[in-house]
Design a protein around this ligand. Structure first.
Ligand SMILES: Cc1cc2nc3c(=O)[nH]c(=O)nc-3n(C[C@H](O)[C@H](O)[C@H](O)COP(=O)(O)OP(=O)(O)OC[C@H]3O[C@@H](n4cnc5c(N)ncnc54)[C@H](O)[C@@H]3O)c2cc1C
Length: 371
């Protein structure tokens, strides 16, 4: 079978298919992690509001915790938790409601008071703070190490990974997929083709005449110099001028992002003065002792948004042509579990956890909180 895309989703799904005995050919236009995966900051959490996302992420967190053993190499997995801060009553209420749902699925998560927030993040500025939603089992890992680990696994299991190989045609006979053609003009035949093209999922879908409702928008990020360890959780501030950031445990660098109020649609991966001015201000406002820590670099990448902010995973109207995309900014963390479920779906039609709520032909409704 053929996987289009060498980001975390394509690599992980290819790996699980190879484990199930499928002969995998993964085709990547540029190089591994050239898309969103190489621009991601590596956060992993199970604190969601959508029930399938919670269940998938409970599996993913467990898989991350076992990944070094599974792949036979380090992935810098660290369980430092996520702390979502509440600065108003509505947010506090929303977190408490979400926690009630998350606990029903067995997630270890609590609403903690201001004193506990400061214990978790020494030096946190508590002005206006009411408390926070804290899950100690959330964490972080290295997107490059994870993706390269899966790709090595595909090769170890007899599969092939071709980089610098762009798919320009998805060929069908009747209503079923039969092959793909690359820009070099080579044709590769397979009865199953997976579209794991991340922000380019809609583009690759159109090669097969399938509409995939995934639209990219730009998200900027920065990394600071390495400093001594200050705190472990990913800190998330959902205010209109909020941000989220974490200290990488292995290296001491802080990495962080915010969602711009005015979205920048499209595949542009430029950077802005606004971000590099605003982001440090927002970080220092939350944790004043970060003042003076130098920013090393800024960059941007694409979130691959679906209309409701949930993944788009499953079959398409073209038989044998599948999609796993629309991760809406959470593809790294979803990667391991979604990949195993998609591999099971492709292999035998029935994953151990039904993915219907992520189906391409679902009613997309509206976007929820805690996305
Ligand atoms: C700034 C930033 C921070 C983020 N932080 C987090 C985070 O903390 N946690 C988290 O879970 N997620 C995070 N994300 C989101 C995450 O990076 C993505 O959801 C995830 O990487 C998507 O993986 P993917 O494999 O679907 O896509 P990609 O990594 O984009 O891979 C798709 C690949 O397909 C290839 N491709 C495209 N078209 C073709 C073609 N025609 N032929 C062959 N190959 C093709 C591309 O070259 C690309 O390598 C972040 C994203 C950004 C931008």
């Amino acid at each position: 079978m053929i996987v289009i895309g060498g980001g975390v989703i394509g690599a992980a799904t290819g790996y699980h298919l190879a484990k199930l005995g499928r002969k995998v050919l993964l085709l990547e236009r540029d190089f591994p992690c050239a898309g969103s995966t190489g621009r991601c900051i590596g956060g992993i959490r199970a604190q969601f509001t959508h029930d399938l996302s919670i269940r998938v992420m409970l599996e993913s967190v467990k898989m991350f915790s076992e990944l070094e053993e599974e792949l036979g190499r380090g992935v810098d997995w660290h369980q430092g938790g996520y702390l979502f801060l509440a600065f108003d009553e509505a947010r506090e209420r929303a977190f408490k409601e979400a926690i009630a749902v998350q606990r029903r699925y067995g997630l270890w998560v609590d609403y903690v008071g201001v004193r506990d927030c400061v214990r978790l993040v020494p030096g946190l500025d508590t002005r206006g703070l009411r408390g926070g939603a804290y899950c100690p089992t959330d964490g972080q890992a290295d997107p490059f190490k994870v993706t390269y680990g899966y790709l090595a696994g595909i090769k170890r299991l007899g599969g092939t990974v071709m980089t610098g190989t762009e798919v320009v045609k998805v060929n069908t006979r009747g209503d079923r997929v039969v092959s793909v053609t690359t820009r070099r003009g080579d044709e590769h035949h397979a009865p199953v083709v997976l579209n794991a093209a991340g922000p380019w999922a809609a583009e690759v879908g159109r090669l097969a005449g399938v509409e995939i409702p995934v639209e990219p928008d730009r998200h900027e990020s920065l990394v600071t110099e390495a400093v001594e360890r200050m705190f472990e959780p990913m800190l998330v501030d959902y205010r209109a001028d909020g941000c989220y950031f974490v200290q990488h445990i292995g290296t001491g660098h802080f990495v962080g992002c915010y969602t711009p109020e005015k979205l920048v649609p499209g595949l542009d991966t430029g950077v802005s003065d606004e971000f590099i001015t605003e982001m440090p201000r927002r970080m220092v406002r939350l944790v004043p002792r970060l003042r003076g820590v130098k920013v090393l670099r800024q960059w941007s990448g694409s979130y691959e948004m679906s209309p409701d902010g949930n993944p788009v995973c499953g079959p398409t109207p073209v038989e044998g042509f599948y999609v796993s995309g629309g991760m809406s900014g959470h593809g790294f963390m979803f990667g391991p579990a979604v990949a195993r479920l998609m591999a099971e779906l492709i292999d035998c039609g029935e994953p151990h956890l039904a993915l219907d709520q992520f189906a391409l032909d679902r009613d997309y409704g509206r976007r929820e909180a805690m996305k």
